[in-house]
Design a protein. Structure first.
Length: 297
């Protein structure tokens, strides 16, 4: 089979994965440059498979880690153009065309391994280390596809991606705690004389835990504020995409903050909230230079 044909088939395979499993990754957005959509679909296919290895099915932890190790081995092969896996045939082409840093893909795999061996977080620094590997690589890859490498842009992207990751944690207490996952940092719990085990056992009510949740949300709000400056560095179409992401994420965080008991409730956005989100998207897209000075909800 000619190499060109196998690459075409590999891209089609990745696009099929992206269309079938699309969630929050911007694979299908019409705001993305049409020429970049296949590359984004390939990146998504890489991450989607690894995420499934870490979370789906009834595999043991050792079996999950073995699959992730095999996935990284395929990455090594792809860097030498030796992989016969469809995802990595396409990924090798994407990395070559766009000069993508292989370390960003390794970072994602590090986060998936952390998911398998979840032990909670002792500090905010530990949470940020997780975000550095789980979320920030996605933003940096998107910037690389658009040939944006300004250091201030990269740092702002990291802040946005970390804020989105943390927002996802804080909106999902109701889902995660029954699974034995408490993402609140121990350093926020200790002054309250609460342990992670207390939270997971259900012994702690919202009144006792509220200061730790408030601190978690405040740290996340600060990251959103740091991240708004990213809009200055983006071309119009990508700016609109990220403005929508920022507006939606910060609104979910605000809705979580407003819940009377986020341990038992998940945030939802009202029609008024969605109107505010829409107005924020327009404002942030048209006036990006002013948005880093304040948050938008």
């Amino acid at each position: 089979m000619p190499n060109k044909l196998s690459i075409e088939q590999a891209y089609k395979h990745c696009q099929s994965i992206a269309s079938e499993h699309y969630e929050n990754f911007p694979t299908a957005s019409l705001l993305l440059n049409k020429e970049l959509r296949p590359a984004v679909a390939v990146i998504y296919a890489f991450a989607r498979a690894a995420d499934d290895f870490a979370d789906e099915g009834d595999l043991t932890a050792d079996e999950r880690l073995k699959k992730l190790d095999d996935w990284e081995y395929q990455l090594d092969l792809c860097l030498q153009d030796k992989s016969d896996n469809s995802v990595f045939i396409a990924l090798a082409d994407v990395m070559r065309r766009h000069d993508l840093d292989a370390q960003l893909f390794r970072d994602l795999l590090t986060a998936f391994r952390m998911d398998v061996n979840f032990k909670g977080f002792a500090s905010l620094a530990d949470l940020m280390f997780y975000c550095k590997h789980s979320a920030n690589p996605v933003g940096r890859l998107m910037l690389a596809l658009h040939h944006i490498d300004d250091e201030k842009a990269l740092k702002a992207s990291d802040a946005v991606c970390s804020a989105l990751q943390l927002t996802n944690f804080w909106q999902d207490f109701k889902v995660d705690l029954p699974k034995g996952r408490c993402y609140l940092a121990d350093e926020w719990l200790k002054p309250l004389h609460i342990s992670r085990e207390d939270v997971l056992s259900g012994k702690v009510g919202i009144a006792q835990l509220r200061p730790a949740i408030d601190q978690a949300i405040a740290e996340t709000e600060a990251l959103f504020t740091q991240g708004y400056v990213i809009l200055v560095y983006l071309p119009f179409r990508l700016r609109m995409q990220i403005a929508a992401t920022l507006a939606g994420g910060s609104s979910i965080l605000a809705a979580t903050k407003a819940l009377s008991n986020p341990l038992q409730q998940r945030p939802t956005l009202t029609k008024l909230d969605w109107l505010k989100v829409s107005l924020s998207i327009v404002s942030m897209t048209l006036r990006p230079k002013h948005n880093h000075q304040r948050g938008y909800v």
